[in-house]
Design a protein around this ligand. Structure first.
Ligand code: SAM
Ligand code: SF4
Ligand code: SF4
Length: 284
């Protein structure tokens, strides 16, 4: 395999109310409809393009220096590659010097390469869908697309990585997954992802649960104070460790299954935080 697996970085890093990483999500419109897809991707999916208001909010909440990272996913980003190229130009003209990552199924290889080539700082890379790149668990991408991407990676080492093989129980989830039996499917612990800014203006705590509208995931909107977004995200992590993980262990459930099917039984991070403060103050 030409493509190397992308390495994860430290989780939950916040500096001066700015997150080290932020995902950008314009909806679940896609040219595939994988049977395991966490976002319910489909050609009939929703799509709202990136705008200056949306990107300005991202620029207020992510680290702007080299450590920062903005990650475009979806849906399939190459379906509106012109809007993504415009967004990258906007981010670069607004002092964002961090890394940009495009999650893609690679089928529209030419458009994906145009996106990578458009970055004036040459710091935009791609992460390919494992199943569609390998053909394990989904129909493989057309061979000419694969060959084009492999040739690009050979000339530009590190430009195109491959995603993780793990399948988590979120969205369409693990039950319909038809890939190799050996692929990891039971993730007992939450991976503690960085949050998402949706192009409808909502900040959401988890990229895997992005189509889950439970109040537990709501961090604010593009009109919120960035300090409040950072605090809400921090509270969400505390909730994962003090409420969510103990529940998953007590009921012997994979972490994402708890978010997908059991949240109604759990207090929101805001309610859990308020309870902890009352207990700490000794007023009951
Ligand atoms: C939701 S897709 C969006 C971008 C693009 N369409 C793609 O497939 O890469 C982003 C990543 O999520 C992964 N993914 C989708 N469903 C998943 C699941 N149930 N568990 C783990 N990863 C999943 C995909 O394999 C892909 O690498
Ligand atoms: S995993 Fe990616 S390619 Fe597959 S349906 Fe979901 S968004 Fe589309
Ligand atoms: S456990 Fe919940 S918060 Fe963590 S990745 Fe899964 S769905 Fe997201």
């Amino acid at each position: 395999m030409t493509f190397k697996e992308r390495q994860s970085r430290d989780r939950g890093v916040i500096e001066n109310n700015r997150l080290m990483e932020l995902h950008l999500y314009p909806g679940n419109r896609c040219n595939r409809d994988c049977d395991f897809c966490t976002v319910f991707g489909s050609p009939k999916g929703e799509y709202l393009e990136y705008t200056a208001d949306h990107l300005d909010a991202a620029l207020r909440s992510v680290m702007l220096h080299e450590q920062g990272a903005l990650k475009f996913y979806g849906g399939e980003p190459t379906l509106d590659h012109k809007n993504v190229i415009w967004a990258i130009a906007y981010l670069r003209s607004s002092a964002f010097t961090g890394a940009i990552v495009i999650y893609s199924n690679g089928i529209r290889a030419d458009q994906l390469i145009q996106i990578l080539e458009s970055d004036p700082l040459h710091n935009t890379t791609a992460s390919l869908n494992y199943s569609i790149t390998t053909g394990d668990g989904a129909p493989q991408m057309p061979i000419p697309s694969l060959q084009r991407l492999e040739a690009y990676e050979e000339i530009n080492p590190g430009a195109i990585a491959i995603g993780h093989p793990d399948i988590v129980d979120s969205g369409r989830g693990v039950d319909p997954f038809t890939g190799e039996e050996t692929r990891p499917k039971v993730n007992s612990q939450c991976p503690h992802c960085y949050p998402v800014l949706k192009s409808d203006g909502q900040f959401h705590a988890c990229p895997f649960a992005i189509e889950n509208n439970a109040p537990h995931f709501q961090l604010g909107t593009i009109d919120s104070d960035p300090a409040a977004i950072a605090q809400n995200f921090s509270n969400f992590f505390t909730w994962l460790d003090t409420v969510h993980q103990p529940y998953a262990e007590a009921h012997n459930l994979p972490a994402c299954t708890v978010c997908w099917k059991h949240l109604a039984e759990l207090p929101t991070p805001q309610a859990a935080q308020a309870d902890a403060q009352i207990l700490a103050s000794g007023v009951v």
